[in-house]
Design a protein around this ligand. Structure first.
Ligand code: AOF
Ligand code: ZN
Length: 345
């Protein structure tokens, strides 16, 4: 692997440390290197906080500061060029006299979207774009979907039998995956803004949707309860994590629950629901089921990624899993569970 790729890979690894806390801001990692020597590095820790580039510059030892003017800044995402809650990172780069900037992907946030790179170039900074761009895009895609499509990035997560069945037909629960997969799913819960399920899944599985098998924060819970008849005794309504409930009719509030009145009779109820979630600063949404809801996302092409566990079970009957129509980009084996990751971009 070339030096450039290695240092960009380091940016990606740093960026991922912000998973779950960066959103709705992007995960960003930055490395300041003088030749092969890393003199500073940082990542975007938490929404509202200092940017990765700022953290990288701050981390430079006083003795190494003189090297900044001959160093290269590697960033997983185009440096921002707007006054948000923090000043533009392009200012910092120019003030510090960093002569060379290498990025993996553009920031599609209105006002940035290439202008950060352009400004740097206009001031004589050598700019290189699209280094490890495919990986960079995966890292930044949730932010870019959020700011350009007025909806959250949608991750579909489900388990299926070897013969592509998702759930028994009678609405009962049948656990498919092993303990390793289950723990991984809890890690993912710490990295997403919210998990959405339909009423059938809420009733059949009574999931808590909190992260218990992995340290980190629990996501918000979102449930579609069109007819408003889910029992209040469900774990979803226990107040342990903020919960958003979408119903056709108006409802009162409950403990840590926000009710949304939503018109499910309209053909565009799903994109509209996603827009509502965007308004709640949900930039990364995981959809956990059931079969009908998952299929709806696929049919309306409103998904960005799918993580699918395929187990060795073979059922004679059941509800079919969605047909994604996208080949697996990544594959993993967790003992006998086969995990595939599919991207729709
Ligand atoms: C960067 N480096 O580490 C991050 C960036 O004021 P804020 O924090 O809301 O910033 C808004 C803009 O900064 C927006 O374009 C967002 O995508 C970007 N985030 N940019 O240069 C970073 N987190
Ligand atoms: Zn910035």
């Amino acid at each position: 692997m070339s030096l450039k790729s290695r240092l960009m890979q380091r940016c990606f690894d740093l960026a991922r440390l912000g998973a779950g806390y960066a959103s709705p801001n992007p995960m960003v990692g930055a490395v300041l290197a003088c030749g092969e020597k890393i003199i500073g590095e940082g990542y975007f820790v938490k929404d509202g906080g200092p940017h990765a580039e700022v953290m990288a510059v701050r981390s430079v030892k006083p003795a190494d500061r003189k090297l900044i003017k001959q160093s290269t800044l590697y960033v997983s995402l185009e440096p921002c060029n707007i006054y948000g809650r923090t000043p533009p990172c392009t200012n910092l780069i120019l003030e510090e006299g960093i002569p060379h900037v290498i990025v993996a992907a553009r920031d599609l946030t209105p006002g940035v979207n290439g202008s950060g790179l352009k400004r740097l170039q206009e001031h004589g900074v050598i700019v290189e774009e699209a280094v490890l761009s495919a990986q960079g895009k995966i890292l930044s895609e949730y932010r870019n979907v959020f700011v350009s499509k007025n909806r959250p990035y949608v991750l579909l997560k489900y388990a299926q039998t070897a013969n592509n069945l998702l759930a028994p037909k009678d609405g009962s629960t049948q656990w498919l995956t092993n303990g390793f997969s289950k723990r991984l799913v809890h890690k993912w819960r710490t990295e997403t803004d919210a998990i959405l399920i339909g009423a059938g899944t809420a009733r059949a599985d009574n999931p808590a949707l909190t992260a218990r098998l992995y340290p980190g924060k629990s996501p918000r819970r979102v449930v579609i309860d069109r007819n408003g008849n889910l029992p209040p005794s469900l774990k979803l309504f226990d107040g342990t994590a903020p919960t958003l409930v979408f119903r056709q009719s108006k409802s009162s509030t409950g403990s840590n629950i926000t009710f949304f009145q939503h018109d499910f009779t309209q053909a565009d109820w799903l994109p509209k629901l996603l827009t509502q979630l965007s308004g709640q600063k949900i930039a990364h949404l995981t959809v956990e089921g059931g079969a009908w809801l998952l299929q709806e996302f696929v049919a309306q092409d409103l998904w960005d990624e799918a993580r699918v566990f395929t187990t060795s079970a073979n059922w004679s009957d059941g509800l079919p899993a969605p047909r994604l129509g996208k080949k697996a980009a990544k594959e993993f084996l967790l003992q006998q569970d086969h995990l595939t990751v599919h991207y729709n971009f």
